[in-house]
Design a protein around this ligand. Structure first.
Ligand SMILES: *Cc1c(COP(=O)(O)O)cnc(C)c1O
Length: 468
């Protein structure tokens, strides 16, 4: 099955705790015996370091600030506990997320509720605990205000805004209130129709990963806060949401070359590098490619804390950096990072169940796992997995595809063709690194009644894996 094949590697960044645990094969194998394949292994210290690094940027510019971990990026409760320990906040988006944060003892001023859809039960829980609610539409305002009246109380609210001007065009969004209408909303509608709301500040969360777009949005929020202040309405906080890039890959050259080779492959100019020449979201028409691959940008030189710093040093038209404008106004700046707090905070490990050729003779490696257990909105997870052989085999290269347990033709764990340095054996382990942010949990499902993957925490000092 070995063929001469021009492979396009995507070598992931691997951090010391991952190298350490994959050398401890017995620990992983015992965990898989006990909990069944696959397992998710989390590392809390990495999470804490990521948050601390964000905080250091705010401290450098002496800004009032708070980091709210966007819980939706990973379900493990241990991260909420960690956030509490280091004094970080939690961004919650559902009843259970909020309920769990409260039960863990996160103080109410360290919680925010940003749920896209809010029902009675959720709003009641938030109001009873005086959790700031990010408001998105008038129907929601009516419901929140009704519940305030029933409970005979006030509630802190944050106004989600969108529709920012960027290079002369409005940035479209389905979320929040139009920035152009927000002044009237906050200065007139809220005080007259919703007297039980205590306006705390502004919030936005932008799609994509543009620093200038975030800079411009923030400048427009600052300008709005100035207009409101002239009417004696104080904007105490501005929350600029999430979307801080992380860097998964060790080589820019590999990333560039992968994108180029993918384009050649889908145009039949070379051998396939994805299954059935999957274009990963590009459109191919009459031998031409339209669009770009619908994948996360896995290689990023500016990432995490540095990405935040680039937003803070973004300048207004007069050349004044944002951090100065925020500092002068004594506004508390908030962020809601999800993915970036989880950089290098988790890996997923699955067991090889079978090897077979498909009808075209391609090598398929079946894993005890399904594709929802390694899935985000990206069309593929573009990192080479690590193969941990259980027995000594002869060193010979093999190329194949990882397939999973759901009974669908499209059930591929990864669409990319993967290189193995020795022929995979039944019981070998495949390790996917850096999966804690969205990859493990966001789309996981229980079709066929397969159980969800077990979430374990790596205790480095004790060399143990503990249940979340
Ligand atoms: C998804 C989301 C986040 C987190 O985004 P990341 O890209 O994971 O950093 C933060 N705030 C809101 C409102 C979100 O919807």
């Amino acid at each position: 099955m070995s063929t001469a094949y021009k492979h396009t590697p995507l070598t992931p960044i691997i951090v010391p705790w991952v190298n350490e645990i994959i050398r401890n094969k017995q620990l992983i194998q015992e965990a898989i015996e006990q909990h069944h394949s696959p397992i998710n292994i989390h590392h809390l210290r990495s999470f804490e370091e990521n948050i601390t690094a964000f905080k250091a940027v705010f401290q450098k510019y002496e800004l009032k600030h708070q980091v709210f971990f966007a819980r939706k990026a990973n379900k493990a409760i241990s991260f909420v506990k960690s956030a509490k320990e280091i004094g970080a906040g939690v961004d919650t988006a559902s009843f259970r997320e909020l309920d769990q944060a409260l039960k863990e003892g996160i103080p109410p001023h360290h919680i925010v509720l940003t749920a896209a859809v809010k029902n009675n039960r959720l709003i009641e829980l938030a109001i009873k605990n005086q959790i700031p609610i990010t408001i998105d539409n008038i129907d929601e305002c009516n419901l929140i205000h009704e519940i305030c009246e029933e409970l005979d109380t006030q509630t802190p609210i944050i106004v989600r805004v969108s529709g920012f001007d960027f290079m002369g065009q409005k940035m479209p969004s389905r979320f929040g209130f139009d920035i152009d209408l927000a002044k009237e909303l906050i200065s007139q509608t809220l005080p007259s129709r919703y007297p039980r709301f205590n306006y705390l500040g502004l919030h936005f969360h932008l799609n994509g990963y543009s620093i200038p777009q975030r800079g411009e949005a923030l400048l427009q929020c600052i300008a709005l806060s100035d207009l409101l202040r002239a009417q004696r309405i104080e904007t105490q906080i501005i929350d600029i949401g999430g979307g801080y890039l992380i860097n998964y890959l060790s080589s820019r050259q590999e990333w560039d070359s992968f994108l180029a080779e993918l384009k050649s492959a889908v145009l039949y100019q070379r051998t396939p590098i994805t299954y059935d020449r999957d274009p990963l979201g590009m459109t191919i028409l009459d031998g031409r490619i339209y669009g770009e691959p619908a994948v996360y940008p896995y290689y990023n030189e500016v990432n995490k804390a540095q990405f935040l710093e680039e937003i803070l040093i973004y300048k207004n038209k007069d050349g004044v950096p944002i951090h100065e404008l925020i500092h002068d106004r004594e506004i508390e700046l908030r962020i809601e990072p999800g993915r970036s707090t989880l950089d290098q905070a988790g890996i997923t490990v699955a067991k090889v169940a079978f090897r077979k050729p498909d009808t075209n003779g391609e090598l398929l490696i079946g894993l005890e796992m399904n594709r929802t257990q390694l899935r985000s909105s990206s069309a593929d997870f573009l990192l080479d997995p690590i193969h941990l052989p259980t027995t000594e085999g002869s060193e010979e290269e093999y190329y194949g595809y990882l397939v999973g347990a759901y009974c669908l033709e499209q059930e591929f764990i990864l669409k990319r063709k993967i290189k193995f340095n020795t022929f995979p054996q039944i019981g070998d382990l495949i390790v996917f690194v850096n999966t804690a942010g969205y990859m493990m949990h966001f789309y996981e499902s229980e079709a066929h009644l397969f159980e969800l993957a077990k979430n374990l925490i790596y205790n480095q000092d004790l060399q143990q894996l503990i249940e979340d």
